[in-house]
Design a protein around this ligand. Structure first.
Ligand SMILES: Nc1ncnc2c1ncn2[C@@H]1O[C@H](COP(=O)(O)OP(=O)(O)OP(=O)(O)O)[C@@H](O)[C@H]1O
Ligand SMILES: Nc1ncnc2c1ncn2[C@@H]1O[C@H](COP(=O)(O)OP(=O)(O)OP(=O)(O)O)[C@@H](O)[C@H]1O
Ligand SMILES: [Mg+2]
Ligand SMILES: [Mg+2]
Lengths: 259, 259
């Protein structure tokens, strides 16, 4: 199973949209996909109609089992979504307390990595959606994935946030002794604004080796898709925003070994 | 001093933009304003040209002093911004570790309230920008403010997030025995998309008493303003987005007692 994480400490840059849309494309190609929601706010969970406050199954159950030194039994926490081939490990709002409760407990940074190892034969891809904050949940995602996708909004402030995100990544890599490949994805690109064009040029100058050569344009159909609770890549695969994500998927697949 | 907090656990809804733009309008009106950045990602701090990773002065210093039972001496952590009348208490990326380090230490939920009491005579308004996550930093903001501004993106998923934000607020109010007024502000409104119009109608039906009767439209000039590191209300007060924030300010001022 290939494991991708989508992370950026900045809020509202399209992390959840990226996880949902790429997951939808892979499911259309008959790949078996597990989406993992590690954001206590539960955008990915709500997207598919589950309630992060009351859903009995979630990743939180796995963290509690790990803290109590019990077997994870990850299978019993998986939900099926309304899209065939797309399963989901829901988030729970209770996950917002994990840092305080378990932050310094040994081994809590590897719960998701252990979960995905247990589920390895069931899926071809796992895509982890991260919260907009560095903490035990993001550390879990970084330790569990083989490739990191970093959506970056094409506006000035986002550049500073990206530098911080990359320094965070280096810090986590050093402390956990693994090296992680990443792809930077320009999102919410609006060719009518100078700030978008300037930022894209700067990204291309500063990160030539890890920046995807395309962009994800602003497309209001993403909001319509979230209203319907279906990935745009399933609802309207021909929509501009969906097509750009298809190109991103092609890029990611060519960069990677087969599952 | 009147204290407002801008909060929503959902990322990218315009919290920082709201704090900056309202702060700019108040400064234009010769009010003395303190902006407080409680987001470890430091968007507000970066906006004004300070680096949340290396700036020596920040709110983090105050949390450490409080944890060591030392006097806060909040004055020495305040920075002046390039806008006259607009000061800033910077964020530090180290604040992301506060939940783990201090989450259960007695009194850590009141550090910012104590800080603003100390600075009471120096400012007419304080506006607190919150991180997109429930934790000790957001609890500090809720305990320190007299009025809460909740930006809500006009799209379907945001409605579920708002319900959660309001339940969080009720939970914090019960545990801290205070009652907090709030105003819901529809942001990133795009009248061309059905999702925006549907969501606004639903907001007006569900929250008639606490919803501001205007909207903040999508305005690409906000990105240009963030490039310049100046509030849009200062850079281009006539811009559509800035004018809608001026109307919001009028609404907030009429709802409140004078400072
Ligand atoms: N390319 C796009 N065009 C138009 N709207 C978009 C696009 N990508 C995302 N959006 C919208 O922007 C908002 C933020 O996107 P999303 O929730 O995916 O970001 P996020 O980074 O996951 O946020 P958070 O930090 O809260 O997790 C959503 O309303 C989404 O519908
Ligand atoms: N009304 C608007 N029109 C156009 N762009 C906007 C508007 N409001 C905010 N933005 C842009 O949307 C992005 C997100 O806004 P902002 O950073 O203020 O959100 P936030 O809620 O503070 O995010 P975070 O959750 O990361 O703290 C920024 O790039 C900002 O410039
Ligand atoms: Mg998200
Ligand atoms: Mg912000």
């Amino acid at each position: 199973m290939r494991v991708w994480a989508v992370a950026n400490q900045k809020g509202g840059v399209g992390k959840t949209t990226t996880a949902v849309t790429l997951g939808g494309w892979l499911a259309r190609r008959r790949q078996r996909v597990l989406l993992v929601d590690l954001d206590p706010h539960g955008s990915l969970t709500s997207y598919f109609g589950f309630d992060p406050e009351s859903n009995p199954k979630s990743g939180y159950v796995l963290f509690k089992r790990a803290a109590e030194r019990k077997p994870l039994n990850a299978h019993d926490q998986i939900e099926h979504t309304r899209v065939e081939g797309l399963d989901l490990l829901c988030a729970s709002t209770a996950m917002a307390t994990l840092d305080r409760q378990l932050g310094t407990t040994e081994g809590m940074g590897l719960v998701i990595a252990r979960t995905l190892r247990e589920l390895d034969g069931d899926y071809d891809y796992a895509i982890i959606d991260c919260p907009p904050m560095l903490g035990v949940l993001m550390v879990n995602a970084l330790a569990a994935c083989q490739h990191l996708i970093i959506p970056v909004q094409t506006e000035f402030l986002a550049l500073k946030g990206l530098e911080r995100m990359l320094r965070t990544l280096q810090m986590v890599q050093r402390s956990r002794d693994f090296s992680l490949e990443y792809t930077i994805v320009p999102t919410l690109f609006d060719k009518r604004t100078r700030a978008s064009l300037d930022t894209l040029r700067t990204l291309r100058e500063r990160y030539p080796d890890s920046l995807w050569d395309g962009v994800i344009p602003v497309d209001t159909r993403f909001r319509e898709a979230s209203l319907a609770g279906v990935p745009l890549s399933i609802m309207r695969p021909g929509a501009r925003g969906a097509q750009h994500y298809r190109q991103l998927l092609e890029y990611l697949l060519q960069e990677e070994p087969a599952p």
